[in-house]
Design a protein around this ligand. Structure first.
Ligand code: PMP
Length: 377
């Protein structure tokens, strides 16, 4: 199979990740922090090492700022629902995934309003200005995607964060499509970082991360056992326990550890360069056909991340996806859980066919994709 559905989750995972997950089941099989026996302690230590690795990777103040969650959606919900109160206003963008939009719509039922500002690809001044104009005295949060999972458009989040900070507003970053590909630094890029570790960090599905040291502003959504201070009926105030009730996904967390080490060893700039080069090749080859509609300039590894979405004239995107699947090519067609991003580009009706590479994508796979697409054309 030629796998171009890496924006949904990366596949394959590095063999070190496969081994780490397997080892976790063998070596770290006891509930961490729940008992004093050696396997429980060993497991807790490995989880702590993973927290340290994540904190180091994103420049967090310490390992305790790293919370393991089931996915990026959960991380975003923890932040938005934890911070926002009736009467608050939120600024977001017109490129958001439903992991941002649906919680915002739900919060609207409680009297929380939002403004989705227009992102101008290639003109960061204009984009930052749109964010500035949308701020109101009651704006309590800016939440936005780092890189659009449909169009690859990268938002100037460092500038948006600096702007928000001028007014004492925190920024929550949806880094589902960017973590492991573009640099992210806590404080400079955001205050709340939401990561889909099963994508660019090559961890197993069912893993996500929330990084923050601003937990005091966040109410909890889930309360329960943490293995610490069991005598208290109150949820702990301290991180990471405050947001990690219940048994954690130990094999998944061990996979995050191995995944981050893999990404660090490869180097994110080299990963970005590799993926960008391949997407440029793909873009240039498919652009030659007058029947292919492309919606953005070619990926440049800067304003545009390594994702290419397109349509074939006269064909439904889902049909193109189904045809490619029959040829052994895995893409994602349709709306990619991001109807707002499609509305922005005028593709809400048609959807689009999305190709996203990973560190494992090869030139041969690009050639295989292009020849499968030629059969359709
Ligand atoms: N935001 C964006 C931009 C995404 O691409 C995705 C996943 N496709 C999510 C949020 C949600 O991530 P998860 O599936 O880990 O909840």
């Amino acid at each position: 199979m030629i796998y171009f559905d890496n924006a949904a989750t990366t596949y394959p995972k590095p063999s070190a990740v496969n081994r780490a997950v397997n080892n976790a089941l063998l070596l770290y099989g006891a509930n961490p922090g729940r008992a004093g026996h050696s396997m429980s302690m060993r497991t807790a230590e490995e989880i702590y090492r993973t927290r340290s690795e994540v904190a180091d990777f994103f420049g967090a103040a310490g390992p305790e700022c790293v919370v393991f969650t089931p996915n990026c959606t959960a991380s975003l919900n923890y932040v938005m629902k934890g911070i926002l109160k009736p009467g608050d206003h939120v600024v977001t963008s017109n490129l958001e995934h439903n992991a941002v939009m649906r919680p915002l719509e739900k919060l609207a039922e409680k009297g929380i309003t939002y403004t989705a500002v227009e992102v101008t690809p290639g003109d960061n001044d204009k984009t930052v200005d749109s964010f500035r104009k949308a701020l109101k005295p009651n704006t309590a949060l800016v939440v936005c995607t780092h890189v659009s999972n449909v169009w690859g458009i990268r938002l100037p989040v460092e500038r948006i964060a600096a702007l928000a900070h001028q007014y004492g507003i925190p920024l929550c970053l949806d880094a589902a499509q960017s973590a492991g590909v573009f640099p992210i630094k806590m404080g400079e890029s955001c205050d709340y970082l939401c990561v889909a570790s099963h994508k660019g960090l090559y961890a197993p599905m069912g893993t996500g991360i929330l990084v923050t040291c601003m937990e005091k502003n966040l109410d909890t959504l889930i309360e329960g056992g943490t293995g610490t201070n069991s005598v208290s009926l109150q949820q702990p105030d301290t991180l990471p326990d405050r947001f990690e009730s219940g048994t954690v996904n130990v094999p998944g967390i061990c996979g995050i550890h191995a995944g981050i080490r893999f990404v660090k060893t490869r180097g994110i700039s080299r990963i970005l360069e590799h993926e960008t080069l391949l997407m440029q090749r793909l873009y240039r080859r498919i652009r030659q056909s007058p029947k292919i509609h492309l919606y953005t300039p070619e990926p440049d590894g800067n304003a545009l991340g390594p994702v290419v979405s397109f349509n074939v004239e006269g064909m439904d995107s889902e049909d193109v996806g189904a045809f490619l699947a029959k040829q052994g090519v895995a893409v994602r067609a349709g709306l990619h859980c991001a109807p707002c991003a499609h509305k922005t580009m005028g593709t809400l009706e048609s959807g689009a066919v999305r190709c996203c590479p990973s560190v494992f994508t090869t030139e041969n796979q690009i050639a295989g994709f292009v020849s499968a697409l030629r059969k359709i054309l």
